[in-house]
Design a binder for this molecule. Structure first.
Ligand code: NAG
Ligand code: NAG
Length: 377
């Protein structure tokens, strides 16, 4: 919201939370029922983090910097220690295609058959114009049978979709699933065309691969904005996907050095911060161990722990002080009132003093006028 208008900031801070609250009221009730089962307090808002140890799989650099309370800890990006490696087919494809683009929209996301056809056409045009020499597409949720039977290129060529899906095109490698991290780690993967899901984004940052982002839902539009703002990505709109637009963005991503430089800059942050998953695990173990000392036996002889007692080392006192005292609004309010009283009484005193001096002066000058008139007479 840094550069947004008052109107947008109002919508963001007041209207949007109310809307979200309304949409997700059933989910909130469900979560509160589960919380009650294990003796954890209700929450009234998903963003309420006062009495929950809240571990975020993210890092500043990707995330907008913010002062979070101690109970809210960043421990991301969380990446596994080992990843599936390249199949021999993919290994061969990548090593023989030095300018490869990888396309994947995550494991649950999909877009319209029209958009898929546009992306397929774009991939072919990029290869024909020699901007890229290889495209690997992990299709996952794409329904191949909904694609048009042919792809028509701007040159007038008509390509049978089934030939593409059967990998008869030497520069296109289409597969249902692919070892994403291994592909992104390969030096010949020059750009990642993805949906901007948080794990994909982390993997792209970790491997310093510039991205073209087509956000589909949830956090993806926000991630796309952040990646673009960080200078390692460009974004597209799923409602207005155009071949020429995608091509010109890919050309920029490949030719402008800044995208790679910024990706490498974020890579530094991601590499160091990825060690914090162990810190996350430690925090959970700390809780489990502290529970031995902070719990009491109930009537059935089971150990029970009060979450606020357990987390007291992380809960800031302001969460217990209420909104006004916790935010020092009472103190600041009093300070503003004192300042107003002082300023107005000073102002009033000054006004009185001026009026007094003016009256004195006008009286004196009138007196002296009368005096000099009297003398003249
Ligand atoms: C807002 O504008 C400033 C100054 O142009 C810029 O440095 C900053 O990155 C912008 N922030 C966002 C979120 O766009
Ligand atoms: C794919 O699309 C076809 C045609 O619309 C449909 O019959 C089929 O059930 C779909 N398959 C899946 C897995 O959704």
């Amino acid at each position: 919201m840094e550069n947004e208008s008052f109107y947008n900031r109002f919508i963001c801070a007041i209207i949007q939370p109310l809307r979200l609250h309304w949409y997700f009221r059933d989910n909130l009730n469900y979560i509160n029922a589960r919380r009650a089962e294990v003796g954890v307090n209700k929450i009234h808002d998903f963003r309420e983090r006062a009495n929950t140890l809240f571990l975020t799989d993210s890092f500043f650099g990707f995330e907008v910097p913010d002062a979070w309370p101690p109970i809210h800890q960043e421990i991301g990006p969380i990446l596994p220690d080992t990843f599936p490696s390249l199949s021999s087919d993919l290994e061969l494809f990548l090593s023989t295609h030095p300018r490869t683009m990888y396309i994947a929209f995550g494991s649950v996301m999909y877009t319209t058959p029209e958009n898929y056809a546009i992306i397929l056409q774009t991939a072919l045009e990029l290869i024909n114009r020699n901007i890229l020499d290889g495209v690997i597409w992990s299709t996952v949720k794409m329904n191949e049978s909904e694609l048009p039977l042919t792809i028509n290129l701007s040159t007038g060529d008509i390509i049978l979709t089934s030939n593409l899906l059967n990998n008869l095109h030497p520069h296109l490698y289409i597969t249902k699933y692919a070892p994403q991290f291994a592909i992104l780690s390969h030096e010949n993967t020059k750009v990642f065309f993805g949906h901007g899901g948080v794990s994909s984004s982390h993997e792209s940052i970790y491997t310093a691969t510039p991205m073209l982002v087509l956000p589909i839902a949830y956090d993806q539009p926000g991630n796309a904005e952040r990646l673009e703002l960080a200078g390692m990505a460009l974004k597209l709109s799923k409602l207005d996907l155009k071949v020429d637009d995608i091509i010109s963005k890919i050309v920029r991503l490949l030719s402008e050095e800044s995208f790679k430089t910024n990706a490498k800059r974020l890579q530094v942050l991601a590499k160091y911060n990825s060690k914090r998953k162990y810190r996350g695990a430690d925090l959970i173990e700390i809780m489990l161990n502290l529970a031995k000392y902070d719990s009491i036996k109930n009537e059935n002889g089971e150990l029970e722990v009060n979450i606020e007692t357990l987390l007291r080392s992380w809960i800031t006192p302001n969460s217990r002080m209420g909104f006004f005292r916790g935010n020092y609004l009472d103190v600041f309010g009093a300070a503003v009132i004192i300042a107003l009283v002082l300023i107005s009484s000073l102002g009033y005193g000054f006004y009185k003093a001026i009026m007094f001096a003016f009256r004195k002066w006008s009286l004196k000058s009138r007196n002296s006028e009368t005096f000099s008139k009297a003398k003249d007479e």
